[in-house]
Design a protein around this ligand. Structure first.
Ligand code: NOJ
Length: 549
């Protein structure tokens, strides 16, 4: 039998927006535990939880002040242990988010470093450097922070005089660790063991491509630095450097020393699939979150070349691909697909312009059906199973994303894909918080989400939720006969803008053209994302799985 992680369907739980158990308007472990039956019934194999550690929450938990404790917002360590046990009882594996590139500025190590002198051991855990210019008033390099502004902030010495600068590729409250320091490496291996001992099944590695920096600290100069969402060029001073790969060889040894298959998923925004493959050799990480389709337009040729490129290079290292349409950092694909230009960069450019929601949701269902027929694993970002759109009209007064502070940030605030889930009822908080809640959801939900609640969609056999449930059930049933890991993909010749391929006994058709397309004779429809009359004609913007009659 193939390893579980080679074709797992992983549901991303953005915990602060999933379900609020204690009524403070923020999702938590208690809320998540109460909704495990929903996730088991949806048919996913594993959950990936965004960071739940103690944190000042400057970047929604990606600024960790204690990696061995939960933030009280989300619960206690006892709650975490209860969740791990409950998830396993529901047949769900649990993957945590580990944040090794940076800590919070409130982490004891950084506080110690600030209080210590230049050149001290405490400062050697981070990147402190003198500024440039006669008085050191210029940052050590020209590197930009991914959220906007410079990637360096100047400190003040004990005597009140301006001192060294420290590096933060993200917000100033997220200082970068120095991974050449053996103490940093030991500490993170210990943190991995702490959670593996408690029974977690693996880790998603935040900014997996960013851990080591060029020790010469060269300027980016004329090179386009790019935001977090852009591909990164080779020989970059802080992204995708060879030295980072050795760290993961150590991590792999840690994971492999545990019973059961404990796994790593890299968040590696690098230039292309070939660069991703470097992280996925057998002695390094298991899989990588694949950004290809999440950025790709709803166009047959673009999708096909992305699929081929990924399959080709990953096969060479024996790693399974993963397929992803959305996450907590990007515009939801049900909205991206609802305009005439549909790549992620189009979506950022067209943010706030009119959207055909019905079209977007229809294409999103077809896309989900397409990716779930490809070799490898898939991700579901919470709410996509309900067809939720991006909320593009949140008032600036409620924005929380640290990128909102910078006018030079490339892209909209990420709050619009993080709005709390609607579970039931006709008005906010739509069952997200309990009846006796003391606070509103941390971001306001659109008042017209009543038809998008899980409860409403469960009652509607034509809803996106019903489609996902059927999709994941059938994917499981056909795992050994064409869906999931294993069976190679063979493209089938089709009319333009139609994608079709065979895997084992299953044939998948996706119609991205502007006219309905005839399905091959001798096959019956296992499942389609829209109604297919007499098993014969696949409508526009729909996908179907077929098996021989
Ligand atoms: C990637 C995470 O997905 C994003 O949400 C976060 O802001 C950055 N890493 C920094 O940790």
């Amino acid at each position: 039998m193939s390893s579980w992680w080679r074709d797992a369907v992983i549901y991303q739980v953005y915990i602060r927006s999933f379900a609020d158990g204690n009524g403070d308007g923020v999702g938590d472990v208690a809320g998540l535990r109460s909704r495990l039956p929903y996730l088991a019934a949806l048919g996913v194999d594993a959950l990936w939880l965004n960071p739940w550690y103690a944190s000042p929450q400057v970047d929604a938990g990606y600024d960790v002040s204690d990696y061995r404790r939960l933030d009280p917002l989300f619960g206690t360590l006892e709650d975490a242990k209860g969740l791990i046990a409950d998830a396993h009882e529901h047949g769900l594996r649990l993957i945590l988010d580990i944040v090794p590139n940076h800590t919070s500025d409130q982490h004891p190590w950084f506080q110690e470093a600030l209080a210590a002198s230049q050149g001290s051991d405490a400062r050697a855990r981070y990147h402190f450097r003198p500024g440039r210019g006669a008085d050191g008033s210029q940052p050590p390099t020209d590197w930009p922070s991914i959220f906007g502004g410079p990637a360096w902030t100047r400190t003040v010495d004990a005597d009140g005089e301006p001192g060294d600068w420290y590096l933060h590729l993200f917000a100033p409250e997220q200082p970068d660790l120095d991974w050449t320091n053996p103490e940093v490496r030991r500490e993170f291996e210990d943190i991995l063991r702490f959670w593996l001992d408690l029974g977690v099944d693996g880790f998603r590695i935040d900014v997996a491509h960013g851990l080591t920096k060029d020790p010469g600290f060269p300027d980016l100069a004329s090179r386009a630095a790019g935001g977090m969402l852009d591909g990164v060029a080779r020989d970059h001073p802080y992204f995708d450097r060879d030295e980072t790969l050795a760290i993961y060889e150590d991590w792999r040894r840690v994971a492999d020393s545990y019973e059961g298959e404990r796994v790593f998923v890299a968040e590696a925004w690098v230039a292309d699939a070939a660069r991703v493959a470097r992280y996925l050799t057998p002695s390094r990480l298991h899989t990588a979150f694949n950004f290809g389709l999440l950025s790709c337009p709803w166009e047959a040729s673009a999708l096909r070349s992305e699929i081929d490129a990924t399959l080709g290079v990953l096969a060479a290292v024996g790693a399974p691909p993963t397929w992803v349409l959305s996450n907590h950092d990007v515009i939801r694909h049900a909205t991206r697909y609802g305009r005439s230009q549909t790549s992620l960069s189009d979506a950022r450019r067209l943010y706030g312009t009119p959207v055909d929601h019905a079209l977007g949701e229809r294409r999103a269902r077809a896309a989900a059906q397409l990716i779930n027929a490809l070799p490898g694993g898939t991700y579901v970002y919470q709410g996509e199973e309900l067809g939720l759109p991006e909320v593009e009209d949140l008032p600036p007064s409620v924005w929380q994303d640290p990128n909102r502070r910078y006018t030079d940030h490339d892209g909209p605030v990420r709050d619009g894909c993080r709005v709390p889930l609607p579970w039931s009822g006709a008005t906010p908080p739509f069952g997200f918080s309990p009846e006796q809640a003391t606070a509103d959801p941390w971001l306001p939900q659109p008042p017209d989400w009543k038809d998008h609640t899980a409860a409403a969609e469960e009652q509607n056999p034509r809803s996106t939720l019903s489609h996902y449930q059927a999709l994941l059930r059938i994917r499981r049933e056909w795992r050994d006969r064409g869906l999931g890991d294993g069976a190679p993909l063979e493209w089938i010749t089709t009319p333009p803008d139609v994608l079709a391929f065979r895997r084992g006994e299953v044939v998948c058709y996706a119609n991205l053209s502007t006219a309905p397309v005839a399905l091959p004779a001798g096959y019956r429809v296992l499942l389609a994302s829209e109604v297919v009359d007499d098993d014969r004609v696949l409508p526009v913007d729909a996908a179907a799985w077929l098996v021989a009659e």
